[in-house]
Design a protein around this ligand. Sequence first.
Ligand SMILES: [Cu+2]
Length: 124
Amino acid sequence: MRAWKAVVLINLALVIGVVWGYAVWGLRATRLERELAVARAAALAGVEREWIVEGVVRAIFPELNVLVITHGDIAGYMPAMTMGFRTASPKIQEAVSVGDAVRFTLRGVPPTIAVTAIHKMATR
Ligand SMILES: [Cu+2]
């Protein structure tokens, strides 16, 4: 075998080795990312969590035990939005009025969460 042929074969073997290595590594990385996403979702779904959230009361439905609140970002759970929250006790709806700026405690195992405490914030 000529020397240049040997060099070409060795280079080819190296290229194939590197490409194969990257492909296997890439597949493993993708699979690990997927597993991590599943594990994070499971962790969020199965564990009781608590957040302190600020917002503005938009509507009160005493017969449903629901408050509609425009809330700020809830870290690791949801972005800012207007939505209905179940309340843990009727006293919570009774403590606030439509238009109040509030700070409230949200507690539960997502997606089953409820407002467990609420306070009006001082108006600025
Ligand atoms: Cu929300």
